[in-house]
Design a protein around this ligand. Structure first.
Ligand SMILES: Cc1ncc(C[n+]2csc(CCOP(=O)(O)OP(=O)(O)O)c2C)c(N)n1
Ligand SMILES: [Mg+2]
Length: 308
């Protein structure tokens, strides 16, 4: 299928060689993709309401502050990834045209799975982006296998696999963390802690205080990350990826993220405490980054106009 060319603005997808010294440019690029990801997710939501999207539609609104930096910072030529149902922005950066991804939602013959799989349960295996498997946790072992294969072929790849707070309780996750640690497979396990699994809050999901503390049970390093500040996220992830690539050891990151549109398009979110949405809106990475760029941009413009 022929698609129209995307705007030039979306031609840069890479911060993998960037030491982030030019942080302004890195933030602008991150914002571009985060914003694009949000509008595509919102459009999919509308298409679902119009009855054009098959099955359901789970959006990544609120998760862009994590998915976009991860996708920009990894090496798309050799690393291994598996996005979840919150990672549309990651798919958009990693592979192919927006039209191809939308085809997956519309379940037409141009879709990557030829309409045989649910939306967002697709990937780009030829480029080491392994499709999401509905059974939560099952993608972790695939990513470990992919990274191990790259390393055996002499390629210093790393892998990133995502886990929801809910899926952090499945057996597959623990088996995967164990084996990655025992065999030193450089995989970054990132927990997208968005505080809910369907309607179940984290307080009813696990007894430990934080999920990152589980790292020590596997002799792994563990990092806590608040993704509401994109500069901080870029810096933490960049350093983490560099370390894992160098040491060859796995790592666990517990990232605080948001799920702004509920579990899926049919979620009414009536289980949320009053005022929750307003609280989340204040820490949403996307408008925070937009405000920062506007403030810093206008300071630069006014200092230039004062000089001239
Ligand atoms: C092993 C397994 N159990 C249950 C489900 C049904 N299920 C699909 S998504 C979901 C909630 C996942 O919550 P979380 O991991 O926190 O991810 P989030 O949707 O919040 O991003 C559940 C229970 C499943 N797909 N696989
Ligand atoms: Mg969750």
């Amino acid at each position: 299928m022929e698609y129209t060319l995307p705007p030039d603005l979306l031609s840069n997808k890479d911060l993998s060689d960037n030491d982030l010294s030019k942080i302004d440019q890195a933030l602008l690029l991150s914002f571009t993709w985060m914003h694009f990801s949000r509008i595509v997710d919102d459009r999919i939501h509308e298409l679902f309401r119009q009855g054009l999207v098959r099955g359901t539609a789970a959006g990544g609104q609120g998760n862009e502050g994590l998915a976009i930096p991860v996708a920009l910072l990894l090496n798309k030529e050799k690393d291994v990834i598996s996005w979840t149902h919150r990672g549309l922005g990651g798919h958009l950066i990693w592979s192919g045209h927006l039209g191809k991804h939308l085809s997956q939602y519309l379940a037409n013959s141009g879709s990557p799975t030829k309409a045989r799989e649910g939306n967002v349960h697709h990937g780009d295996p030829a480029n080491r982006s392994y499709p999401m498997i509905s059974h939560l946790g099952a993608m972790c072992s695939n990513v470990i296998g992919g990274v191990d294969s790259q390393r055996r072929n002499g390629i210093n790849a790393i892998g990133v696999t995502f886990i929801g707070d809910g899926s952090s309780s499945t057996g597959d996750i623990h088996e995967s963390m164990n084996i990655a640690s025992v065999f030193n497979v450089p995989t970054v396990f990132i927990i997208e802690n968005n505080h809910y699994a369907y309607s179940t809050p984290t307080s009813e999901q696990y007894a430990c205080k934080t999920l990152v503390q589980r790292a020590s049970g596997y002799e792994m390093e563990g990092i806590s990350l608040d993704t509401s500040d994109t500069e901080e996220t870029l810096k933490v992830l960049s350093k983490a990826f560099e370390t894992v690539r160098k040491t060859g050891k796995p790592l666990l990151i517990e990232a605080q993220t948001l799920r702004l549109r509920g579990h899926s398009a049919s979620d009414t979110c009536d289980y949320l405490p009053e005022g929750q949405n307003e609280k989340w809106a204040k820490i949403d990475a996307l408008p925070r980054l937009r405000n920062r760029l506007i403030t810093e941009g206008s300071k630069k413009t006014s200092s230039v106009s004062k000089r001239s």
